[in-house]
Ligand binder design. Structure first.
Ligand SMILES: [Zn+2]
Length: 323
């Protein structure tokens, strides 16, 4: 009896175990199914968010491509402009060269006695000075081009109120066709300029650098000795040799209004000026700082025009420039 009971107990145990086994598998299955579904949902959302991100990126990329295309186009326009302006600069250079060539031919004909034309080169020394701007204005008014032999001695004293650097208008007047030339940085006639060729050339190079810096690269190649070339005495020839090596020509003058010395009146300046105009090619010495010169300048220009002179800026190839 006991045996039967234990047998049926054993059977029951077996069934329970079997049941339990099958119920475990079910839960495992259920668990994995839930896990699978969970992971699938997560993957789905992740994938759709990636998709979203992807399409946003795609839009950004196409936007950037569009932008790049536009910028490339704008860049191309800039490059074209740059080349255009570069060519413009070289064509201005060509016009200038041609202009100087024509003046040189005119000079040659005058010198050979084959032309009754006359030329006057107005030159202004020792600027910039605040008076320089009054001179610029008169030249504009009369549409006359001149030559400015610059130094650094008055550099900080432009305009009566000293509010503006003297050099500000020079690049503009260079573009208008005036010539900027070298009159040495220090102009120190009695304070060391003529001590040696080296001291002289130092002042030449310093002024050359200053002009280059303040005009955006213009290189001067015409010089006037402070005080005139005889002031250099026995250094004149060695200095000229050094100037030649550096590509410079130099010039004195054959007419003036006496404004470098003491002038007592407008009339005195006028008499000196008119009596000095006696050649077919004149290089006229004036000074930027002299108020009397500024006063007589309009009349002086009229006087030259009425006497058949054409006024030009000096240029390296001119017969008046010693090399
Ligand atoms: Zn001078």
């Amino acid at each position: 009896m006991e045996k039967r009971v234990s047998k049926s107990k054993k059977q029951l145990n077996h069934k329970t175990t079997k049941f339990l086994h099958s119920s475990h598998s079910f839960y495992y299955l259920l668990f994995f199914m839930i896990l699978f579904i969970g992971i699938s949902i997560l993957l789905y959302f992740h994938a759709s968010s990636l998709k979203k991100q992807y399409s946003t990126r795609e839009m950004e990329i196409s936007e950037l491509k569009k932008q790049l295309k536009k910028e490339k186009k704008e860049y191309q326009v800039l490059v074209d402009d740059y080349h255009k302006y570069q060519n413009l600069d070289s064509s201005i250079e060509d016009i200038k060269k041609n202009y100087f060539k024509k003046i040189k031919e005119m000079e040659d004909a005058i010198i050979r006695g084959e032309s009754d034309k006359k030329i006057a080169y107005l030159t202004f020394d020792d600027g910039p000075y605040y008076n320089t701007y009054r001179i610029f204005d008169i030249l504009d008014q009369y549409d006359v081009k001149a030559t400015f032999f610059t130094t650094n001695i008055n550099g900080e004293y432009c305009y009566d109120n000293k509010s503006e650097n003297c050099w500000i208008r020079y690049p503009e007047y260079l573009k208008k066709g005036h010539t900027i030339a070298n009159h040495t940085y220090t102009h120190a006639i009695f304070r060391g300029l003529y001590n040696s060729t080296d001291s002289f050339m130092d002042a030449v190079v310093k002024q050359e650098d200053l002009v280059k810096e303040l005009t955006g690269g213009y290189v001067t190649n015409i010089l006037r000795f402070p005080g005139g070339s005889p002031t250099a005495k026995n250094l004149k020839d060695p200095i000229i040799e050094r100037l030649r090596e550096r590509g410079y020509g130099w010039v004195d003058w054959n007419a003036k209004d006496g404004d470098g010395g003491r002038l007592d009146s407008r009339e005195q300046a006028w008499d000196i000026f008119t009596s000095s105009i006696d050649e077919n090619i004149e290089v006229i010495l004036f000074h930027d700082y002299n108020g009397i010169t500024t006063e007589i300048l309009p009349d002086a220009i009229d006087y030259l025009k009425n006497n058949g002179y054409q006024m030009f800026p000096l240029f390296y190839e001119s017969n008046m420039i010693h090399k």
